[in-house]
Design a protein around this ligand. Structure first.
Ligand SMILES: Cc1cc2nc3c(=O)[nH]c(=O)nc-3n(C[C@H](O)[C@H](O)[C@H](O)COP(=O)(O)OP(=O)(O)OC[C@H]3O[C@@H](n4cnc5c(N)ncnc54)[C@H](O)[C@@H]3O)c2cc1C
Ligand code: SF4
Length: 338
């Protein structure tokens, strides 16, 4: 049993004051990831700051025509929110492909962004892991790495970010609103999560003293032509081997705008400007989609057990873009059964 203190924050200002006063403290929202990590003694916070009662549970339209999602909106409420279903079905599909109904009821929007890798060595305190214990080494390199990264990895860490929701948020070019002791700031989603480099212990660019208050979506939701395709070992309750968020704006057969983001392949949701540029202005054909797949995967490298992911990703990208172009997202039928 780890000893820790417990404090309840009543407003965002108090939450920031409490966390800034104790470098060993951690926020707790739904607790679906943090409590597991504490039980395994991977996380040993001196104090839990309960933010679950903060007034951050609203989904509101913005003046710019987008959506502002409070950090404490439960994943289930977000996926089934009428505005999200109608205008951002890519996001709804991605959320519903994750975890289980019970977990989605507890899990918060902010917590989903901050959830930690599912690398099994990270959870096993008997093994070296640079993310858990900086400088100790990486047991996954040369170990069992079937679930691990093929893009953006480093010599220090080859872990992946496990979120589905974040892959859709990356494709939709969301932004993250945060508050800290110095006030509020907004972080572009592409800059929120980090690549491991030589400091894999840091998953994000959020300061330890900052709290996520909201996610903002721009007006364009690609509601007509989208697909979230998640390839995993079983149909539900499993993390992605590879996932693809594909979103297109079409004029006839010509692609006016395109977004492509991958999950399960890197330390952060993976986008590539060249791959998206190759889609824009081109015809929506298998050849175009294959070229985009080649571009986004051009730096891909396997580590032995996960070599298969490169070809799996290539085929998943072409399939997801094809489904998006046809307006027949496989994810819609998934949604009815989850
Ligand atoms: C068995 C299982 C299967 C799962 N499968 C999937 C899956 O397939 N796909 C998927 O995407 N996810 C999956 N998840 C992960 C789940 O979605 C996350 O655990 C959940 O989203 C975390 O939200 P939470 O509110 O419970 O976070 P918590 O556990 O409360 O917190 C997680 C982290 O975020 C920090 N935090 C929380 N809120 C804030 C905030 N507002 N500001 C700053 N820091 C904050 C906490 O300090 C902590 O470090 C699964 C989880 C489990 C247990
Ligand atoms: S891949 Fe990263 S999280 Fe996994 S053992 Fe290596 S350093 Fe740790």
């Amino acid at each position: 049993m780890i000893n820790f203190q417990y404090a309840k924050a009543n407003d965002v200002g108090e939450a920031v004051r409490l966390i800034a006063a104790d470098r060993g403290a951690k926020f707790i929202a739904g607790g679906t990831n943090l409590v597991d990590l504490m039980k395994d003694e991977v996380e040993r916070p001196t104090r839990l700051i309960d933010i679950s009662r903060l007034p951050l549970k609203r989904v509101e339209e913005t003046a710019a025509g987008g959506l502002r999602i409070g950090a404490l909106v439960p994943n289930s409420d977000l996926a089934w929110h009428p505005l999200v279903e109608r205008r951002y079905p890519l996001l709804a599909s991605a959320i519903l492909s994750g975890a289980s109904a019970q977990l989605r009821n507890m899990a918060s929007t902010g917590g989903n962004l901050l959830q930690r890798t599912r690398c099994h060595y990270f959870y096993d305190t008997a093994t070296p892991c640079n993310k858990r214990a900086p400088g100790s080494g990486c047991a996954a390199i040369g170990g069992l790495n079937r679930m691990h990264a093929i893009l953006g990895a480093s010599e220090a860490c080859i872990a992946t970010h496990p979120s589905d929701m974040c892959v859709a948020l990356a494709a939709l070019a969301a932004s993250v609103h945060v508050t800290g002791p110095a006030g509020e700031r907004t972080i572009a989603f592409a800059d929120f999560h980090r690549l491991p480099g030589d400091s894999p212990e840091r998953d994000t660019n959020l300061d330890l003293t900052e709290i996520v208050t909201a996610i903002e979506l721009p007006a364009e939701g690609f509601a007509s032509h989208y697909s979230y395709l998640k390839i995993r070992d079983r149909l539900s309750y499993a993390f992605a081997l590879v996932s693809v968020a594909a979103a297109l704006a079409l004029d006839g057969e010509t692609i006016q705008d395109a977004r492509l983001a991958l999950g399960g392949v890197a330390h952060k949701p993976w986008r590539d400007a060249d791959a998206e540029a190759a889609l824009r202005g081109a015809r929506a054909t298998t050849e175009t989609f294959t070229q985009a797949a080649e571009l986004i995967l051009r730096g891909a490298r396997g580590h032995g057990h996960n070599d298969f992911k490169i070809d799996l990703a290539r085929r998943a990208i072409v399939r997801a873009l094809t489904q998006a172009a046809r307006g027949t997202p496989q994810s819609q039928s998934d949604k009815r059964i989850q």
